[in-house]
Design a protein around this ligand. Structure first.
Ligand SMILES: Nc1nc2c(c(=O)[nH]1)N[C@H]1C(S)=C(S)[C@@H](COP(=O)(O)OP(=O)(O)OC[C@H]3O[C@@H](n4cnc5c(=O)[nH]c(N)nc54)[C@H](O)[C@@H]3O)O[C@H]1N2
Ligand SMILES: Nc1nc2c(c(=O)[nH]1)N[C@H]1C(S)=C(S)[C@@H](COP(=O)(O)OP(=O)(O)OC[C@H]3O[C@@H](n4cnc5c(=O)[nH]c(N)nc54)[C@H](O)[C@@H]3O)O[C@H]1N2
Ligand code: SF4
Ligand SMILES: [Mo]
Length: 689
């Protein structure tokens, strides 16, 4: 008998069947509505880590002097962690310990981790890797609509649009089964616009491809809106009935004539006019943003600017149109709703709201006054570790920080400055490798839990296989630590935790109280808040969307004589995130990192395809083979971040509203390493380290 479950990886949360308990076999689950049986190669290879020798199966402690690992019992490991936390809090107060979660954790884990921090440890110092993923779109969605749900409609609605604008999404590689919606949209006569400095496989499905200078999507949106106003293409009735702030937005784009837009974005005025004309004439326009537009120090204003375009056209709330953000991690949506974000309590409540505190404290059985206030954002938290006023102990659950944090050399040095680093993981990730205690946990279909996909659809990832012996669920780890450090009860049965999460979220913006495991099974997933949002009203008290006049600001770092090109980073199809899981999956190709650059740039540098090159920024450098492609802007290079290296380069400039780091643009230099390599005696010329 096969069990219906979901992929371990991205936010599509494709349904799959798993057969065979000893050697799990992934099979298609055609009835599941989101992917209809289709999977990308990561999904088909999902069972690759199961039974792998790379899996951790015993708690490990590392001797700091010798660097040697030794296996210890679970009780011993949890006692050591509890003692370390007590020592850190005795020295530094409750905020002496910090918690770092992940958007890949189930809702049940995310909820319990937030509860562990606030109710059992009493620390405000909790945040998670979703800050680096969704936070700019989340902050813009809350400001504009009063609510943040990645897509406020089912993904399949994309097919109904007349024009779909993808700003900084490479979904053909990052959520491949979703690409079929673009094909169907075009078969219907609709058109696709892709905005990306690289002509990606997604752009291969587009009718119009714009390749802006990285970090200029905000100016592009202002330029488009300028042209829509000039063409009298805005929906004045909609703006009057459903929004506030339009006049100031209209005035703010008055100076953004296309020639000015061209100077800033590198998109020629006639191309800008072509885009505006396409939008002006279409009954249903849909704008979707992803990390290319959002991972900037201007990310949240960029999203607001594109939301303004959708609102000005009267599209938001209309079926087959509007604005959405393509979330990223498996539980990118739910992971930010249930309390692992520094400023949130379960149900997407604010931790500084007295009513929210009273409600959640009631469910937890604690005094609301004992709950801490908001803590630091992910990067700021990591930056503070081991400093005089920062935490000296850290518990990491579901993130491989050493690979994925911006300015990673600096972040790694902060991790090394801790008195205690504890990592819960399934493999010896680069972050686990520098920990003091590593706790081996179950993953994916070795346990049951819910995930909220990019559409706000809560799905049930059912247990289908027996976990390796020796591992425990994250829920057991959390409960085990809580029992050692407080009197607050923690359930470990996922369904029980989900019911408690439902009570804690009841009445909040993301209210899960009516969702049960049985309903999810019966209904093919359940949308929180309903299938389609904003048809009649927005979530602000007056029911209107807010439009904000946002100003173009450049990237935090622009090219100069020493660092003359733009560096951007992102993903390839066969690898997932820090690569902790996929680099260890034999069925997936691991070709190592590469530096993608245009033949014009390569020619200037004397670099041929495959030559080793060094990319350097003000923060660090890395070496990898060159990939010479005509699909990238000649002033820009691209490096995937699935391997150690890319994030030695990236800039830790943060968006002031969302605290999102500027992963997608900084200034870099590129040089050939051929001569250097020729002088070296032997060995692999390309260093991955
Ligand atoms: N194969 C694979 N799939 C994944 C993941 C993975 O690691 N691997 N991760 C999942 C997660 S967590 C996420 S967040 C999503 C991310 O999904 P995407 O956002 O689609 O992925 P990225 O490759 O980060 O960025 C998308 C594109 O942004 C472009 N870009 C770079 N700078 C700019 C810019 O300034 N402006 C614009 N308009 N575009 C720019 C890049 O060239 C890239 O093609 O993918 C999810 N799916
Ligand atoms: N340069 C650059 N850097 C980036 C980005 C970029 O575009 N460019 N994108 C950013 C984005 S969008 C994201 S989402 C982050 C992601 O980056 P990370 O936070 O590093 O994400 P993962 O690699 O998914 O890390 C998850 C870790 O948890 C482990 N794990 C898997 N399942 C479980 C589980 O059930 N429990 C526990 N305890 N552990 C588990 C995995 O083995 C892995 O080590 O990277 C960010 N970093
Ligand atoms: S698209 Fe995402 S959820 Fe679907 S199979 Fe691939 S990685 Fe898994
Ligand atoms: Mo992400």
């Amino acid at each position: 008998m096969a069990t219906e479950t979901h992929c371990p990886y991205c936010s599509l949360q494709c349904g799959m069947r798993l057969a065979g308990r000893r050697v799990p076999e992934v099979q298609a689950w055609e009835e599941f509505p989101v992917n209809r049986g289709a999977l990308c190669r990561k999904g088909w290879a999902a069972a690759g880590l199961y039974g792998s020798r790379e899996r951790l199966t015993s708690p490990l402690v590392r001797d700091r002097e010798s660097g040697e690992w030794s296996a210890v019992s679970w009780d011993d490991a949890l006692d050591r962690v509890a003692a370390g936390i007590r020592a850190a809090q005795a020295a530094k107060g409750p905020d002496g310990v910090a918690v770092f979660g992940g958007g890949g954790l189930t809702n049940e884990k995310a909820y319990s981790l937030g509860k562990l921090a606030r109710a059992a440890l009493g620390t405000s110092q909790i945040d998670y890797n979703g800050r680096w993923c969704m936070s700019s779109a989340a902050s813009a969605g809350i400001r504009a609509f009063g609510l943040d749900r990645g897509l406020p409609f089912p993904l399949a609605d994309v097919e109904e649009a007349d024009v779909l604008v993808l700003v900084g999404s490479n979904l053909a590689e990052t959520m491949p089964p979703a690409a079929r919606h673009l094909d169907r949209l075009r078969e219907r006569g609709g058109r696709v616009v892709v905005i990306d400095p690289r002509r990606t496989p997604t752009a291969d499905r587009a009718d119009l491809v714009l390749q802006p200078v990285p970090g200029t999507d905000l100016a592009l949106a202002l330029g488009v809106l300028h042209l829509l106003v000039a063409a009298a293409a805005v929906d004045e009735d909609y703006l009057a009935a459903r929004t506030t702030g339009w006049e100031s937005v209209r005035d703010s784009v008055a100076g953004w004539w296309p020639e000015r837009g061209e100077r800033v974005t590198g998109i020629e005025a006639h191309e800008l006019r072509a885009l505006a004309a396409m939008l002006a004439g279409s009954p249903k326009v849909m704008v979707l943003t992803a990390r290319g537009a959002e991972q900037h120090s201007t990310g949240s204003d960029t999203v607001l600017a594109w939301i303004n375009v959708a609102l000005a056209l009267g599209m938001v709330g209309k079926r087959g149109a509007g604005y959405g953000c393509l979330t990223g991690q498996g539980n990118g949506q739910g992971g930010r709703e249930h309390g692992q974000k520094a400023d949130q309590l379960p149900g997407y409540r604010r931790i500084d709201d007295p009513a929210a505190r009273a409600h959640v404290a009631g469910v937890w059985g604690v005094d609301p006054d004992t709950l801490p206030g908001p803590g630091r954002s992910a990067y700021e938290l990591l930056d503070a570790l081991g400093t005089d006023d920062g935490p000296s102990a850290l518990l990491v659950m579901g993130s491989n920080i050493v690979v994925s944090a911006p300015n990673a050399t600096h972040v790694t040095s902060r991790l090394e400055a801790l008195d205690l680093l504890v990592v819960c993981d399934v493999v010896m990730s680069e972050t686990a490798a520098i920990a003091d205690v590593v706790l081996p946990v179950t993953q994916w279909a070795e346990e049951t839990g819910t995930m909220t996909n990019l559409e706000g659809r809560v799905v049930l990832r059912q247990k289908a296989i027996t976990p390796p012996s020796g591992v425990r669920s994250d829920l057991d780890v959390i409960a085990g630590l809580a029992a050692r450090l407080s009197d607050v009860p923690f359930a470990t049965d996922p369904e029980e935790v989900f019911a408690e999460l439902g009570r804690a979220s009841a009445g909040g913006p993301a209210d899960y109280s009516s969702i049960t495991y049985d309903r999810i099974r019966d209904e093919g997933g359940v949308f929180w808040g309903g299938e389609r949002l904003f048809a009649e009203t927005f979530a602000h008290v007056d029911g209107r969307a807010r439009m904000y006049a946002v100003e173009h600001r450049g990237a935090a770092e622009v090219p100069c004589a020493d660092y003359p090109v733009h560096l951007t980073t992102g993903r390839v199809l066969a690898q997932y995130q820090s690569g902790a899981q996929t680099r260890r999956t034999r069925a997936l190709p691991d070709d190592g990192p590469f530096v993608e650059l245009h033949p014009l740039l390569a020619g200037r540098l004397g670099v041929a395809a495959g030559d080793p090159v060094r990319v350097a920024t003000r923060r660090g450098s890395m070496a990898a083979p060159a990939r010479v492609v005509t699909t990238i802007r000649p002033d820009t290079v691209f490096v995937p971040f699935h391997w150690v290296g890319a994030n030695r380069l990236t800039n830790d400039a943060l968006d002031p509203a969302s605290r999102m780091p500027e992963f997608k643009v900084c200034a870099a230099s590129v040089a050939s390493l051929l001569e250097e390599v020729a002088q070296r005696p032997s060995r692999d010329p390309v260093t991955h380290a």
